[in-house]
Design a protein around this ligand. Structure first.
Ligand code: ADP
Length: 249
């Protein structure tokens, strides 16, 4: 059994000084890679994530092609240097799972019907990991897909809500993730409020679950603002380039 440590102090603050419903600082930049069709870089607390998107392009090998719509393929990878603990390079069960759930979440917002037989390929590289990388990866991936100019009905903003010392906490940090009682990553399409990713590790009561979903919804609205702001900044740069008569990327 995990060793018991105190995760909420007498003032109700968490080990990193945050309030229970406070996100770690998030910074997002869109269009950071010249060789990808779309890209994004995201820092979320001590997490650092880089995402490259290619496509829509012909799905290869051909048997993967869907004559009715594009497929979305995601490759989530933790860099060998991304954690204090030793990270074994290459695919593993966890990376395969995160790739799958991220692709399924993105399929909810990408208008795949527009691109039969195509593939939209999303590469998520976790450069530094400090809990919450699947949410960070999905949040950055949505920005990178939009940056690629791929039509979408919405973005996806993701954040985990968990429980530690019997209290609901937004955006679990590493200690809270390791020693807490529950971890529930939530991915939300902020415009419609649709839940496109929901996982649960641990236990919550029904009432806690309802409250956790509300916390996730509120967080998704804040994250969505940062996502759209990153895309706006990206296009503002391009308009400035146009004024100078330079080529637009
Ligand atoms: P998430 O990153 O989405 O919270 P997990 O709950 O599986 O996913 O992992 C929590 C954290 O544990 C990760 O963010 C990372 O800091 C660390 N971690 C996970 N897998 C590994 C690994 N194979 N090697 C080293 N650290 C890892």
């Amino acid at each position: 059994m995990a060793e018991k440590i105190k995760l909420i102090n007498d003032d109700g603050l968490r080990t990193d000084g945050r309030k229970p419903d406070e996100l770690r600082p998030i910074r997002i930049e869109a269009g950071v890679l010249a060789n990808a069709d779309g890209s994004a870089y995201l820092e979320w607390g001590a997490n650092k994530v880089l995402v490259a998107v290619y496509g829509p392009r012909e799905a290869q090998p051909k048997y993967l092609q869907d004559p009715m719509k594009a497929i979305v393929q995601v490759n989530y990878n933790m860099a060998a240097f991304s954690s204090e603990e030793r990270v074994r390079p290459g695919p593993n069960r966890r990376a395969t799972e995160i790739s799958k759930i991220t692709a399924e979440a993105l399929e909810n917002v990408i208008i795949t019907n527009n691109f039969p037989r195509a593939s939209i390929d999303v590469f998520i590289e976790v450069l530094e990991a400090d809990a919450g990388t699947r949410c960070a990866g999905l949040t950055a991936a949505a920005v990178a897909v939009a940056d690629a100019g791929i039509p979408m009905t919405d973005l996806v903003a993701a954040c985990a809500v968990g429980k530690a010392d019997g209290q609901l906490l937004l955006d679990l940090g590493k200690k809270e993730d390791n020693f807490g009682e529950a971890d529930m990553p939530i991915g939300i399409a902020p415009r419609t409020g649709d839940i496109v990713l929901l996982q649960m590790d641990g236990d919550m009561t029904q009432e806690e679950m309802r409250k956790a979903l509300r916390m996730g919804m509120d967080a998704s609205r804040k994250i969505h603002e940062l996502q759209t702001d990153a895309l706006r900044r990206r296009y503002a740069v391009n308009f400035a380039d146009m004024d100078d008569g330079e080529a637009v990327q």
